[in-house]
Design a protein around this ligand. Structure first.
Ligand code: ACO
Length: 376
């Protein structure tokens, strides 16, 4: 990559260090600090990677301030009606061989729907349904999950399209926590199946992969507690720092504007509720009222907290007949496409190194062990 400029760091009085500046096609420039420690003896301090780019990527771009999401340059709004994924079965594995990596990618993308559907069937005590190669990716998955005859799933079926859209909206999201985990594991040479497993493990918990489940539960609880009449009280609890209550499905590390996926998800929620005859589901108006109040409240406005993709996705998945316990699995299934693309990009990138963050040590300085008899 060719430098477009430089940044000069002045430290310890008159010492200086020049660092090259690189520009991407979109988004902020970066300055290259790889020589920083060797030249100055200092690390950068950046908990949570708030200002650190850890790789180059050509896959996904987010402008969090504007609420823009592009997959390989294509706006998410244009992709949410198109898209097809195919299933292939192969058997080669050498992470340094690009062809083998592609085969692994196909295999992972193809196997995940079958694994998720089997996990569901096992949990329900029902017989497994095997995939059919004549069906599309999403129709196949719905058949394996729900056992509905394949003929009922036409490509233009509203439910297939809705699930397709959920998959597309979750397919990739730049260097988020689970993707960074996949890249970190992959940087050490772990095989792609192990790397994807590490990404799946990272989805556990309500801050990332479990947020849609938590958001739906929040709406159900609020509805039970009195619904619309209790929104004010609930918002008060959310704003009270001692309550530990969060407005689930709100806020994002990168988006400081409306998450474009949330808009599409709200649209899909309406379509699906109408298609399954659940137009009167009280959770949608409740979520919309909650959103309206939150977007006018100074607590949320001043912190730039907007709905994220998970605010509506629980309602729509429930309407599709997907049990809450499977929501994170659906996320994992969809995100496998992004994880494997990011893993493949990382392995092919000659600049990538083993991922190994450093730290600011604040513990005791060197000291002697006190014999047990002398301890208080
Ligand atoms: N409800 C109430 N307050 C919130 C919320 C929320 N959902 N999200 C953030 N805040 C507050 C924080 O308490 C903090 O307030 P403070 O400045 O007074 O201390 C401020 O907004 C900034 O929040 P941080 O926690 O610093 O933001 P961070 O970028 O670390 O966290 C996260 C982002 C984890 C998504 C957070 O907004 C959250 O927990 N949201 C709810 C869970 C959720 O919906 N996760 C899904 C994310 S999308 C995805 O993974 C597919």
């Amino acid at each position: 990559m060719e430098a477009k400029g430089k940044v000069t760091l002045k430290y310890e009085g008159e010492k200086t260090l020049e660092m090259p500046v690189y520009g991407g096609t979109l988004g902020p420039d970066v300055f290259d600090i790889r020589q920083l420690y060797a030249k100055t003896g200092m690390f950068t301090y950046d908990p949570g990677f708030m200002s650190t780019a850890a790789c180059q990527s050509k896959i996904t771009f987010i402008d969090g301030d504007q609420g823009i999401l592009l997959y390989r340059g294509y706006p998410i709004e244009q992709l949410g009606v198109v898209g097809a994924l195919s299933a292939f079965y192969h058997d080669s594995l050498d992470i340094n061989n690009p062809e083998h990596r592609e085969i692994s990618a196909f295999r992972l993308i193809a196997k995940l729907p079958t694994i998720v559907a089997m996990a569901y069937k096992y949990n329900m005590g029902q017989p497994f349904m095997y995939p059919r190669n004549d069906l599309g990716y999403t129709a196949n998955f719905m058949r394996m999950m729900f056992g509905v005859p394949a003929e009922e799933y036409q490509v233009n079926d509203v439910l297939v399209r809705a699930l397709d859209r959920i998959f597309i909206l979750h397919a990739d999201h730049e260097q988020n926590a689970s993707t960074s985990t996949v890249r970190l594991a992959g940087s050490l040479g772990a095989n792609p199946f192990a790397c994807i497993a590490s990404g799946i493990a990272c989805l556990w918990g309500p801050a990332h992969g479990g947020a849609n489940e938590a958001a739906l539960q929040m709406l159900i609880d609020l509805q039970k507690a009195g619904g619309m009449a209790k929104i004010g009280e609930f918002i008060k609890q959310v704003k009270d720092k001692n309550s530990n209550v969060k407005l689930m499905g709100f806020g994002h590390r990168v988006y400081k504007n409306y998450d474009p996926r949330a808009k599409l998800m709200q649209e899909t929620t309406r379509e699906v509720l109408a298609a399954v005859g659940a137009e009167n589901d009280p959770l949608l108006p409740l979520a919309m009222a909650l959103e309206k109040i939150a977007l006018e409240d100074d607590y949320f406005v001043s912190r730039k907290l907007y709905p994220n993709v998970d605010f509506y996705s629980g309602i729509v998945q429930r309407a599709l007949g997907i049990p809450t316990s499977m929501f994170t699995c659906i996320f994992a299934l969809a995100r496998t496409v992004g994880w494997i693309a990011q893993w493949n990009e990382m392995i092919s990138d000659p600049e990538q190194k083993i991922g190994r963050p450093r730290q600011l040590y604040t513990g005791p300085t060197k000291r002697d062990v006190v014999p047990i008899a002398g301890r208080r």
